[in-house]
Write a protein that binds this ligand. Structure first.
Ligand code: HEC
Length: 123
């Protein structure tokens, strides 16, 4: 049945294309479709990040001001950095972030949304 084989090949080709397309989209948006910056802000507060980091007008000064961290760092970088801040510099004093999975994705969505003025540039 020559015709049948042609149809099979066509169906297989279409399926393969669909799978590649879906995987391509997933690879581009690594935060996933449901990363929530509002929840991420709550996690930022709960994990005491502001002991060392300033966002907007308040927070600690031990670490860099994160008010505009979204203009410097992207989700891919943060995904590597936050669980192990010593990845790029073994002397980094920042403690590893405990948030995992969805919490970490939400936290990253919050951080990448921070594109505001720093305390220094706000004046
Ligand atoms: C004990 C203090 C401390 C705490 C708590 C802390 N950090 Fe940090 N963080 C630092 C320091 C210090 C650096 C800078 C390290 C360096 O580059 O040498 C840093 C760097 C960063 C950076 C990189 C900023 C940049 O532009 O390079 C991000 C993002 C970050 N912290 C996010 C967080 C988040 C999110 C939390 C809470 C889950 C957190 N930090 C908790 C001290 C802290």
């Amino acid at each position: 049945m020559k015709g049948n084989r042609g149809v099979q090949t066509l169906v297989f080709g279409v399926l393969l294309t669909a799978v590649i397309a879906v995987r391509g989209v997933a690879a581009v948006d690594q935060r996933g479709p449901s990363a929530d910056p509002v929840k991420g802000k709550e996690i930022f507060a709960a994990q005491k990040c502001s002991l060392c980091h300033t966002v907007g007008a308040s927070g600690g000064k031990l670490g860099p001001d994160l008010s505009a961290v979204g203009t410097r760092r992207n989700a891919e970088w943060l995904k590597v950095y936050l669980p192990k801040p010593q990845t790029f510099d073994p002397k980094n004093k920042m403690p590893p972030v405990q948030a995992k999975g969805q919490d970490l994705s939400d936290l990253i969505a919050y951080l990448t949304s921070l594109k505001g003025k720093t305390r220094d540039t706000a004046r």
